[in-house]
Design a protein around this ligand. Structure first.
Ligand code: GLA
Length: 533
């Protein structure tokens, strides 16, 4: 039972002003952890994976919320036995304690679980994975994809005990497959494996944005939580152990970081547990400076993007670790609304103000981003944030300092190639309320308006199956944050499709609420998407 009660909409505000207002639904934040690729490429083995897992704990990263240890390409060289089961190198994956058998990936999953962490693994949606297209180090190895073996492989990953699977696209691209079709099959195979083992596998889609996954990846194959890469690799792996000329020359730049951020802005697709993936992070890697790391951390957390660290965790310096574990910054990442930021002002080219609403009423996370090579004074006005012009408290997150109340705007110098990240706590502008049963709305497939004591207008509409509801006459000149008030009295998350003006469509996950009304926040583009992004 999914009942839509009403949708208040406004330019940026996240309205939640009265005590009777429903609470936000509980949706999962994007995953946080470590991935082997950026610093170890296909040299990954049990020694590296266990050392990094241990460092995740010892460094305090686990305590800050980083929980996944993901082994990327290179863990498997494409061998299968006669039945088609994956066979791995027993030397690369030995027994890790007495009684274990070498060549069994559950050894690693057990080790990771023993540290209180979660384990992630990697495959490709096509036949030949990226190890065939061009491994970073060593000879090509064919057959590292799961195509033709989806049911078998995802069941195997779940049986080994893995909790997360990244599914790459080298084979899919080579074979010119359709991402929307292939990843729906992957999601179905994962669900089958979950039903058989009772073990959840989180789906990480790695299609690099080539087929606009933000238009089909939310809820693909019925998935109630997933992430999708929005661009190519942020950098080629910077492998400190590799001393050939090609690797020695590799270095990370601010431009790598900004390019990945720009490719990842698809706010209308991100909500209710579905996230744009801007790629594994490069904080702590060769070439990064403290201001660039600030830009990186600020933009990834403001976006609510997955935070998968790509550095060698045994070598992170104090400043990188402090940024990665800052409670103020991580609170923005983990905010319950799970929405992405939108640009609220581009003062001049390359001087940009980005913002998003947070779950607490009147609260906004704001980034003042200076992409230029000179320092600049930058400002944000409360009107740009959907707040009324009255005293709002401002906190500088990287400085971890309260700056006091400001009446209608805040200005600050921002150094070249750097950012200032704020939380502004003020008062929401009044939202516009659209009732599910207002005149002009279209009910189809047997959907009818029903009495509902606690709903605005006293009526609600149940959707799902063939029953659908179209709100008419919703207007906004800019992208609008929409809050949907709903109730889902079933025990499971319901995934429904949402279309705006016949063009933008996305899946929305409605978690169960019992008898209570809860809210979900979405970003809708009312105008032609191309005009805005
Ligand atoms: C692709 C992905 C990377 C990494 C490599 C492994 O390039 O985008 O994140 O998984 O493959 O080869």
């Amino acid at each position: 039972m999914l009942a839509l009660l009403a949708t208040p909409a406004s330019a940026l505000p996240q309205p939640q002003s009265t005590a009777a207002e429903p609470r936000p639904a509980s949706i999962p934040a994007a995953p946080m952890g470590w991935n082997s690729w950026n610093s170890f490429a296909n040299l990954i083995d049990a020694k590296i994976a266990t050392e990094q897992a241990k460092a995740l704990v010892d460094s305090g990263l686990k305590a800050a919320g980083y929980e996944y240890v993901v082994i990327d390409e290179g863990w498997w060289k494409g061998q299968r036995d006669r039945e088609g089961n994956i066979v791995v190198d027993p030397q690369q994956w030995p027994a890790l304690r007495p009684g274990q058998k070498a060549g069994d990936m559950s050894n690693l999953a057990d080790y990771i679980h023993g540290l209180g962490l979660k384990a992630g693994i990697y495959t490709d949606a096509g036949k030949n994975g990226c190890g065939f297209a061009g491994p970073d180090i060593g000879p090509k190895y064919p057959g590292t994809g799961s195509e033709g073996y989806y049911d078998r492989d995802f069941l195997q990953f779940a049986k080994w005990g893995f909790d997360y699977v990244k599914v790459d696209w080298c084979g899919g691209a080579d074979e010119k497959l359709a991402g929307a079709v292939q990843y729906a099959e992957v999601a179905r195979a994962i669900r089958k494996a979950e039903l058989e083992t009772g073990h959840h596998l989180y789906l990480s889609i790695c299609e690099w944005g080539s087929q606009k996954p933000w238009t089909w990846a939310p809820g693909v194959g019925g998935s109630t939580a997933d992430i999708w890469r929005t661009g190519g690799d942020i950098v080629e792996p910077v492998v400190e152990a590799a001393t050939d000329e090609k690797h020695l020359k590799r270095i990370v730049t601010l431009n790598n970081v900004l390019k990945a951020f720009d490719a990842g802005i698809h706010p209308e697709a991100q909500h209710t547990g579905y996230y744009n993936d801007l790629d594994m992070m490069v904080i702590g890697m060769r070439g990064m400076t403290e201001p660039w790391e600030r830009v990186h951390m600020g933009l990834w957390t403001l976006s609510g993007a997955p935070l998968m660290i790509g550095a060698d965790l045994t070598k992170l310096n104090r400043s990188s670790l402090a940024m990665l574990t800052s409670p103020d910054i991580l609170a923005v990442h983990n905010d319950l609304l799970g929405v992405q930021a939108i640009k609220v002002a581009g003062v001049k080219p390359a001087l940009e103000v980005w913002a998003k609403p947070l779950a607490t009423s009147g609260k906004r996370a704001v980034v003042l981003l200076n992409r230029t090579e000179s320092a600049a004074t930058m400002s944000v006005k409360w009107s740009q944030l959907g707040l009324v012009a009255s005293a709002a408290r401002v906190r500088d997150l990287f400085a971890a300092r309260d700056l006091g109340p400001y009446d209608s705007a805040f200005s600050t110098p921002v150094p070249a190639g750097d950012l200032v990240m704020l939380v502004v706590s003020g008062q929401d502008r009044a939202p516009t309320l659209y009732s599910a049963v207002q005149a002009g709305n279209e009910l189809a497939g047997g959907a009818v308006s029903e009495p509902c004591g606690s709903c605005p207008g006293g009526q609600s509409v149940t959707i799902g199956g063939k029953k659908s509801l179209a709100f008419k006459g919703v207007h906004s000149a800019t992208p609008a944050f929409i809050r949907v008030i709903y109730r889902n009295t079933s025990k499971a998350t319901v995934v429904a499709r949402l279309a705006v003006n016949g063009s933008q469509t996305t899946a929305v996950a409605f978690p169960p609420t019992g008898e209570e009304r809860r809210t979900l926040t979405l970003v809708l583009n009312m105008r032609d998407q191309e005009e805005l992004y």
